[in-house]
Design a protein around this ligand. Structure first.
Ligand SMILES: [Fe+2]
Length: 205
């Protein structure tokens, strides 16, 4: 179960609305490498993890990603509060979003494609999942890099830098976990069996 704390993991206090920037940043809410996909990926994959350490890590990081999802929502909301019609009309990217969602926060990519579970995997195979998780963290870091290239608002960039750093920490922790998993398995047969599934094979060695 989850217990909700009524505060953000890192504070979001944006002074100046900027719908153009919100139209980019929404990608980390519902885009292919965003926080919704990250939390769903890890919180789904954890069930098939054959080792307690890996299960615990996926639960910890998946839960933290839900907190990041909330931070991205807060950024988008604060960037689009109290807009005038003129401000909406001035930015074609946000105007397209506005037609469907007004200033509601909706899980979509910056390109307009709505969030889809097809952008993530849960394979039931520990090596496949942890390798995907490491790639996912790098892809999220890349998206934050691109947002920093497009944004010159320090109120936004301080938060984005915090989120970017967390992706790097997650990448390191998944890397350590993958190494641990490989050490627990027979190195010669590391891709030939799945310890969550091939119980008989494990017993025979
Ligand atoms: Fe992450």
């Amino acid at each position: 179960m989850f217990i909700y704390e009524k505060k953000l993991q890192f504070p979001v206090k944006i002074a100046t609305p900027n719908p153009k920037l919100a139209a980019f940043i929404i990608s980390q809410y519902g885009g292919p490498d965003g926080e919704l996909g990250a939390s769903m990926r890890y919180l789904s994959q954890r069930y098939a993890m054959p080792y307690a350490e890996a299960k615990g890590l996926l639960t910890d990081i998946g839960t933290e990603e839900l907190g990041h999802l909330e931070m991205v929502a807060a950024i988008v909301h604060q960037l689009t509060r109290n807009l005038t019609d003129e401000q909406v009309k001035a930015d074609p990217a946000f105007a397209s979003y506005f037609v469907d969602h007004t200033a509601g926060v909706y899980p979509t990519a910056a390109s307009g494609f709505p969030w889809t579970a097809a952008s993530m995997q849960s394979t039931g195979d520990v090596i496949a999942d942890l390798t995907e998780d490491m790639a996912a963290e790098q892809k999220a870091r890349k998206t934050y890099d691109n947002i920093l290239r497009l944004s010159d608002d320090p109120d936004v960039n301080n938060v984005i830098r915090f989120l970017r750093e967390r992706e790097i920490v997650h990448y390191q922790r998944f890397g350590e976990c993958l190494r641990m998993v490989q050490e627990k398995q027979d190195q010669k047969n590391v891709y030939l069996y799945n310890p969550a599934f091939d119980k008989n094979r494990m017993a025979k060695g």
